[in-house]
Design a protein around this ligand. Structure first.
Ligand code: NDP
Length: 444
């Protein structure tokens, strides 16, 4: 049995009931086969893949909090510190009822390679809780965030582990968590990113992930002699990544005709109105059913459906496994030319294979959405310098990083004879730097 297969079998055996983690490890290790085969003896001797697939540390804790009626609740908190070979652990905190250890491990594992691809010195980690922020009052959110941080603050720090936002964790939650960290540890330091501008946040961090998805997509199209100008785009999600992906796509001359949330989706033939979407989601925190009151020409549908619309480009920006084989078939039959993942692992493995075989340019999340964590690392730099850069400065660095990520993964795919396979390119390019650092640091 090959070394990769042995490790895959072991990961599945030792981490039962964690299908998302198995999926992420399999996808990465499968595409690393040419690199692993070329170095098998050394990697086996150093148990390189066993170390890479085992988190350095995983922390699980109780998060008790009291609701507005005086009822106590207990949620579970997690922080998985996966790999610190190239820098302090960095990765978001997800607050969603679906969160469990396997989901956090899949996200933390992906984060290692994504962070490496940015070219910045950040290791991989992820955390979160099964707490559901939906429908909670501000006071309840604060109570949860304070309790969560009371425990988490023992394990993080500006030079050890720097969490950020993710699904369910936006500026409000980061603010409450930061306040509690400062109160307990007495340190005003860059321990979280995605902070508000008045207390150490970076301009353009809010926009970064969505903007980055478009910068890298534009660069890929440019290399094919094409452009975003005049293209029709389907976006899923209506959160942080989706909103700013829609905004940048529109600025670059494309027309985005869909968005969605966990209950339904919108089709707007005239192009999604970003101002209305922000008002509904960021200010009023309402459902997408409200969109029609701003844009009477649009349609609202319950359930899934954004991938059934005829578009040139698809940007899944909601959650994992939201674009499956059936969706990929619809997209291809409607003539889609590119799919770039704004979310983490939104496309199922069989859908990725189908898209690639059908000649669709496919940019995986660990490359396409790396702009968020890259800008988080820029926020860390600003905090260390005790300076704040302008929006233009951060945005231009972000753009350069995304262009470099594209060429980095493109070159890696070519080097191993897999031109155009950006999944393999991203995994290989991310892996090479991490492995180099792990080798240099000995068996730790
Ligand atoms: P948000 O919480 O801001 O938005 C998530 C969106 O996806 C919401 O519209 C939400 O709907 C929808 N959604 C969430 N879960 C589901 C589900 N199970 N089924 C259907 N729809 C769902 O999160 P972000 O925009 O920050 O994150 C989106 C994705 O991007 C995630 O995969 C995240 O890991 C990834 N990502 C985020 C980065 C960031 O900087 N924020 C960086 C890199 C990756 P509803 O409004 O109904 O909850």
């Amino acid at each position: 049995m090959s070394y990769v297969d042995e490790v895959l079998e072991r990961v599945i055996r030792e981490n039962p009931n964690e299908p998302e983690f198995h999926q992420a490890v399999k996808e990465v290790l499968d595409s690393l086969r040419p690199v692993v085969d070329a170095n098998e003896e050394q990697f086996r001797r150093d148990a390189l893949l066993e170390r890479l697939t085992n988190p350095e540390r995983q922390i699980k804790f109780r998060v008790p909090w009291v609701d507005d009626k005086g009822q106590a609740h207990v949620n579970t908190g997690y922080r998985v510190q996966f790999n610190s070979a190239i820098g302090p652990y960095k990765g978001g905190l997800r607050l969603h009822p679906s969160v469990n250890l396997g989901i956090i491990k899949f996200l933390g594992f992906e984060q290692i390679f994504k962070n490496s691809l940015t070219g910045l010195p950040i290791g991989g980690g992820k955390g979160g809780s099964d707490f559901d922020p939906k429908g909670k009052s501000d006071r309840e959110i604060m109570a949860f965030c304070q309790s969560f941080m009371t425990e988490l603050c023992k394990y993080i720090g500006a030079d050890t582990d720097v969490p950020a936002g993710d699904i369910g964790t936006g500026a409000r939650e980061i603010g409450y968590m930061y306040g509690q960290y400062k109160r307990i540890r007495g340190l005003f330091e860059g321990v979280l990113t995605g902070k508000g501008l008045s207390y150490g946040g970076s301009l353009a961090r809010t926009e970064a992930t969505g903007y980055g998805v478009l910068y890298i997509t534009e660069e890929m199209l440019k290399c094919k002699g094409d452009t975003l100008e005049g293209k029709t785009v389907a976006v899923s999600g209506a959160g942080n990544v989706a909103i700013y992906a829609i905004q940048k796509a529109t600025q670059l001359g494309a027309k985005v005709v869909t968005c969605s949330d966990s209950t339904g989706w919108v089709y707007d033939p005239d192009g999604i109105d970003v101002a209305a979407l922000k008002e509904i989601k960021e200010v009023k925190r309402q459902r997408l059913t409200e969109y029609k009151t701003y844009r009477p020409n649009s349609e609202y549908h319950e359930g899934k459906g954004v991938w059934s619309v005829k578009v040139d480009i698809a940007l899944p920006c909601a959650t994992q496994n939201e674009l499956c084989l059936e969706d990929a078939k619809m997209l291809v039959s409607n003539g889609v030319i590119a799919v770039s993942e704004g979310a983490n692992m939104p496309t199922t493995p069989d859908a990725i294979e189908y898209l690639q075989k059908s000649g669709v340019y496919f940019l995986p999340g660990k490359a396409a959405n790396a702009g968020g964590v890259a800008t988080s690392a820029l926020e860390m730099s600003q905090n260390s310098e005790r300076l704040q850069w302008t929006f233009e400065e951060v945005d231009s660095k972000l753009k350069t990083i995304m262009v470099n990520v594209f060429h980095n993964i493109d070159d890696a795919a070519k080097k191993y004879g897999m031109e155009g396979n950006y999944v393999a390119g991203a995994n290989i390019a991310g892996f090479e730097k991490v492995v180099n650092a792990m080798n240099a640091q000995g068996i730790v």
